[in-house]
Design a binder for this molecule. Structure first.
Ligand SMILES: Cc1cc2nc3c(=O)[nH]c(=O)nc-3n(C[C@H](O)[C@H](O)[C@H](O)COP(=O)(O)O)c2cc1C
Length: 211
């Protein structure tokens, strides 16, 4: 059974280490982050680190790699203060993956990767037409993680758009019906399979199955 101590991990070959460490967190969300530069070029990139930060106020965040190279998503957010989070479906996962290529600053990944952009109401940055969950956010905070120079970028949800009739009476949504994709590491995509939904867990009470 392979067993690694910290000293073993840091000595691993670079790409082996990246593949291994990226995958051990399990399945992660698959989202496209849309932004726009002040010079007018739209930008789209895939992220597997989008997280829910809180519901009141409604906040979401993502982890941004160190600024050792140009990071267009970051510079655009700092320029105009807005970004969109667009959930990847299984139908568009290959196009979504292609957005991770290093396109030049003046090039839009929407065009290059075959995804349609849409501006909704007066929101200043584009959403992905093919995405079933479209979220528009205003930039709130960034937190430098000193341990490795990554950043936690946090935005406030200003606009949330879902297809008709997917929200249940209690606010739940069916991610399988929305064709949600998930990501393992940086290279493997998965479709969702629902295995159970349960009520608030209480000590000494059996878990309650929900529909
Ligand atoms: C599956 C996958 C997940 C990724 N997740 C992240 C992430 O969470 N954070 C990050 O900084 N880069 C992530 N990347 C890398 C970015 O997609 C890539 O650096 C992209 O070129 C950034 O584009 P930009 O310079 O237009 O912002 C991921 C790449 C792939 C293939």
């Amino acid at each position: 059974m392979p067993k690694f101590e910290f000293e073993d991990l840091i000595k691993l070959e670079k790409y082996y280490k990246i593949a291994l460490i990226n995958k051990i967190a399990g399945l992660k969300s698959a989202n496209l982050i849309g932004t726009k530069s002040n010079s007018g070029t739209s930008n789209l990139a895939i992220f597997n680190s989008v997280v829910h930060i809180g519901a009141t106020p409604p906040l979401m965040g993502f982890i941004l790699r160190p600024l050792t190279v140009d990071r267009h998503t970051y510079s655009n957010i700092k320029e105009n203060g807005h970004f969109t989070i667009n959930q990847v479906t299984t139908a568009i996962h290959q196009k979504a993956h292609q957005t991770s290529a290093k396109y030049d600053q003046g090039v839009s990944e929407f065009e290059e990767c075959g995804l349609k952009e849409i501006y909704i109401d007066d929101f200043p940055v584009p959403f992905v037409v093919e995405s079933n969950i479209q979220i528009g956010l205003s930039f709130q905070e960034e937190h430098l993680i000193a341990a490795n120079n990554t950043r936690l970028m946090i935005g406030r949800i200003e606009k949330l758009i879902l297809p008709d009739e997917v929200i249940k009476e209690d606010g739940d949504i069916d991610l399988v019906a929305l064709d949600t994709a998930a990501i393992g590491g940086l290279d493997t995509y998965y479709a969702a399979k629902r295995i159970g939904r349960y009520g608030y867990a209480r000590v000494k009470e059996a878990i309650k199955k929900l529909d």
